[in-house]
Design a protein around this ligand. Sequence first.
Ligand code: MRU
Length: 352
Amino acid sequence: MKVLPFYWKSTHLEILDQRLLPSRVQFIKCKTAEDVAKAIRKMAVRGAPAIGCVAAYGMALAVQPTAKFKPLKSRMGRLKKAASLLKAARPTAVNLAWAVDRVVNTVEGKKTSLFQVMTREAKKIEQEDLAANRAMGRFGARLFKMKKNVVLTHCNAGALATAGHGTALGIIRELWRQKKLKKVFVDETRPYLQGARLTAWELSQEKIPYELITDNMAAHVMKTEKVNGVIVGCDRVAANGDTANKIGTYNLAILARHHKIPFYVAMPFSTLDLKTKTGRDVPIEERSSDEVVKMGNVRIAPKGTKARHPAFDVTPVGLISGFVSERGVFKPRDLLKQVPRKGSSRPPRRAT
Ligand code: MRU
């Protein structure tokens, strides 16, 4: 994709303001960890891997070298504050805390060059995410044996949601590249419209054939349009395989099961959270009801209407046909076998 969701400029981070898409391409200049946390909270940047990447750079910005020398103690204090601020910006996607902790760990016991060390680690996280996306694309495309596949996706798990390629959309891109894709059905994804605004924008840029549907059309489309795969991203996969993703994903998984359509989750290992035992333990972000009673700035429900806005739901592992990761595709029951044991130098078992 031509436009990246963020890029590092040696002293600050430029974040594409996704709230303005598809009408306008405009970047926000982030000079501090607070700027980055605000961009995440307000959803200028969103998508689990992307918020992890920008949070990693945000941590480095907390110890940006300034003209005035700051004692180590105060720099460590700033890091601690930045870490909790960034982690609290959005609670569901585990990539956020994962990336913050990873960057902090690189400076443990270090007294100098914190900024350099941390920016280097942030860059590494970004590059690894890109490589993982490409690998997922290759593994995922192998699942589709037909010549003319029709797939359905939800929300935006594309270049905008990652370091610049996409997880679910990375697989779709690869199918298109291999000339194995007939069309993509894009769920509009109420209430934030990530499908209509962002996924449709990405696909249209590359002329990948798609049709936009409202979320409540999915059952009908599955029944009448020969959909042969649903591919979605994820925000946190619990140790038992239960998967938190954008609200509406669970509906799709139920519908897919009813129509005997395989339901795949594109999962970089940065999104697997072994500390979260099951889906019941995933914190679900509750966003402002304004985002439900209004569309953009237009009110669509009577004043005073109470609305709920859980931003994510949890798909039980039993509804998932397979996880597509950078290490291969595997069945939910094999999820844990892919994680190297602590202290073991043996590579994880090869997936299919
Ligand atoms: O609220 P969002 O837009 O951050 O939600 C994004 C999703 O649910 C994505 O599917 C998920 O983060 C995976 S992105 C590769």
